[in-house]
Write a protein that binds this ligand. Structure first.
Ligand code: HEM
Length: 199
C-alpha cells in the first residue's frame, strides 16, 4: 500500500520511519484517533439524527433558514444524549472532601457525565430536548485538565454532518420503530448498534 496525503501516512513516513515514534506510540495515537476522534462523533451524529428523525417540529425548526439553529441543537443534543456516561475515572492524589463525602488519597472516583448533564438544578426539565435552553455548560467534553482536545473539531463535524445529511436527503426517515433500536455494549460510549434509515 502506498502512503497518501493523510494523517496516518504522514505519521508513518515522517515520524515512524524517522525514528521519532516507535510502533507502540504510533498504535496508541491511531487507537486514540479511532476511539476518541471517530467513534465519538459517529455515535453523536447517530443520536442527534435520531432526535431529528423522530420529531418533525424540531426537525423543521432546526433546519429552517439554512440550519441557523443547528449549533444550538448540536449542543443541546449532546447534553441530552450524553454519549460518554460513566467512563470518566479519577484517582485522588490527596484526601478531598466533596460535599459530605471524603475521598481518600489513592481512592478512585467514577464521574457520571450523564448525571451532571441531567442535573435538574442546572438544566430544568432535563429529560426534554429544548434547543432554546442554554446548554453551553454541559460536561460532555469533560472538564479541567483533560477537557476534550477535539471539542471544536467534534462540534464542527457533528454540525456539518447533520446539515449536509438532512439537506442532501430531505426525505430521510427512520426505517424501523424506535423501540426496535438497540444499544451497543461499549466501555466508553453509549451508542446504537445501527440506525436504519430510508429516503
Ligand atoms: C462528540 C464527540 C466527542 C465527545 C463527546 C468527546 C468527549 C470527551 C471527553 C468527555 C473527554 C474527557 C475524558 C476525561 O476527562 O477523562 C475527552 C478527551 C479527549 N478527547 Fe474527546 N470527545 C469527542 C470528540 C473528540 C475528537 C473529534 C477528538 C480528536 C480528533 C477527541 C480527542 C480527545 C482527546 C485527545 C482527549 C484526551 C484529552 C486529555 O486527556 O488531555 N475527542 N473527550
Amino acid at each position: 500500500m502506498q502512503p497518501g496525503d493523510d494523517l496516518v501516512s504522514r505519521l508513518v513516513t515522517n515520524h515512524l520511519a524517522a525514528g521519532e515514534l516507535d510502533r507502540a506510540d504510533l498504535l496508541g495515537i491511531l487507537k486514540l484517533l479511532l476511539i476518541a476522534g471517530h467513534e465519538s462523533t459517529a455515535t453523536q451524529i447517530a443520536f442527534s439524527a435520531l432526535s431529528l428523525l423522530t420529531d418533525d417540529g424540531l426537525r423543521a425548526e432546526v433546519l429552517a433558514d439554512g440550519g441557523a439553529l443547528l449549533p444550538e441543537f448540536v449542543e443541546e443534543s449532546m447534553r441530552f444524549w450524553s454519549i460518554v456516561q460513566d467512563s470518566v475515572v479519577r484517582q485522588a492524589t490527596e484526601d478531598v472532601r466533596i460535599g459530605e463525602t471524603l475521598v481518600g488519597e489513592g481512592e478512585s472516583v467514577m464521574i457520571s457525565l450523564l448525571a451532571a448533564n441531567h442535573d435538574a438544578t442546572v438544566f430544568p426539565r432535563p429529560e426534554r430536548l429544548d434547543i432554546h435552553r442554554d446548554a453551553s455548560g454541559h460536561l460532555l467534553w469533560g472538564h479541567g485538565a483533560h477537557f476534550c482536545l477535539g471539542a471544536s473539531l467534534g462540534r464542527l463535524e457533528v454540525t456539518l454532518a447533520l446539515g449536509s445529511l438532512f439537506t442532501t436527503l430531505p426525505t430521510l426517515r427512520l426505517a424501523c420503530e424506535v423501540g426496535q433500536l438497540r444499544l451497543r455494549e461499549h466501555p466508553v460510549f453509549h451508542s446504537l448498534t445501527e440506525l436504519p434509515v430510508a429516503w
